[in-house]
Design a protein. Structure first.
Length: 318
């Protein structure tokens, strides 16, 4: 059995009064208004403490692999990346980890240009395919889509679906070339016969399966879903939507979806949880571990909605 821990949306966020004004001459000003006036900072005020508890819990749980689906920071400030790096330092060089950025990690063009995410967490951008193993038409976008071959059991694909956006737009896009590359990689000989899992930052839909808003969701979700449906993908992992949910496979969408929600959001209806997925001969069992603010530790949450064996029409890869 392969056990994969998945956490998302830690959002290590700078205290607004400590942010220098010169850092706010961009879309970050809107982020600052959200943090200070609309109280977003208070929602993530415990992210450092929760991040440390998460690292301790991962050391105790000892998963075989760890997936981070982004939004490690609040508004892509260098100081936020430094804090997030410090919190996650025990697993920074850990070869078990695969990580992709969230939209808050490329919040402004300068953060993308200066590669702030890559400088802090680039070691997590891991793929097990060399350039030579990628179909020739897609070598220019290597290392994406990332492909990790986990034991003999699992092929984990990860996408980069974030880009800096304008004011009042937090949407994502995978892009036609990356979707075509994914379509090709799903058939790669090294992925054949394995349980296929796909990780991305944005959700394919909301908890009720309705599409996310145009300015908040994945712009090319329909194209991506079309490719996922054509291949034997068992499970899609994502973050971005801070409320946790798990969706079973259906006839129309023959793959499960597991979003642990933000691991650190203090919003009362958010869970502050992460998932541990056990994959065994095509079967997937989902464990939930939830942060307890009194003990400052993560604890098992067996009665969580969606916990246990993922059933329904789950497909094994071929
Ligand atoms: Fe987020
Ligand atoms: Fe996000």
């Amino acid at each position: 059995m392969i056990r994969i821990a998945h956490f998302t949306d830690l959002h290590v966020t700078e205290e607004p009064s400590r942010i220098p004004w010169r850092m706010l001459l961009s879309k970050r000003f809107l982020g600052w208004v959200n943090l200070s006036i609309f109280g977003r900072y208070r929602l993530f005020a415990e992210s450092v403490r929760i991040g440390r508890a998460l690292v301790r819990d991962l050391e105790a749980v000892r998963p075989d692999f760890i997936v981070s689906t982004g939004d490690l920071t609040g508004i892509s400030l260098p100081s936020e990346f430094a804090s997030a790096r410090e919190v996650l330092s025990p697993i920074l060089e850990d070869p078990r980890v695969t990580g992709i950025p969230g939209n808050h990690d490329v919040y402004v063009r300068s953060a993308q240009r200066e590669q702030l995410y890559e400088k802090s967490f680039g070691a997590w951008t891991r793929t097990d395919l060399s350039v030579d193993e990628i179909p020739t038409g897609f070598r220019d976008i290597h290392p994406y889509p990332l492909l990790r071959l986990l034991g003999d059991e699992v092929a984990l694909f990860s996408l980069r679906d974030v880009r800096p956006t304008r004011y009042h737009d937090s949407s994502g896009r995978v892009g036609a070339r990356q979707i075509a590359a994914l379509d090709s990689l799903f058939r790669h000989p090294r992925a054949t016969g394995r349980t296929k899992i796909l990780a991305l930052h944005y959700g394919l839909c909301r908890a009720d399966r309705s599409p996310d808003r145009r300015r908040h969701g994945l712009r090319d979700a329909t194209d991506l879903i079309e490719v996922i449906r054509r291949h034997s993908v068992s499970l899609v992992l994502h973050g971005h939507l801070h409320g946790r949910f798990v969706l079973e496979p259906t006839a129309l969408w023959p793959f499960a979806i597991a979003n642990p929600g933000s691991v650190s959001s203090l919003q009362p209806h958010h869970s502050r949880a992460y998932h541990v997925l056990g994959v065994d001969r095509g079967h997937i069992n989902l464990e939930v571990r939830r942060y307890d603010r009194t003990s400052e530790c993560f604890q098992p949450w067996p009665e969580a909605p969606g916990a246990g064996r993922i059933s329904g029409n789950l497909r094994r890869g071929n």
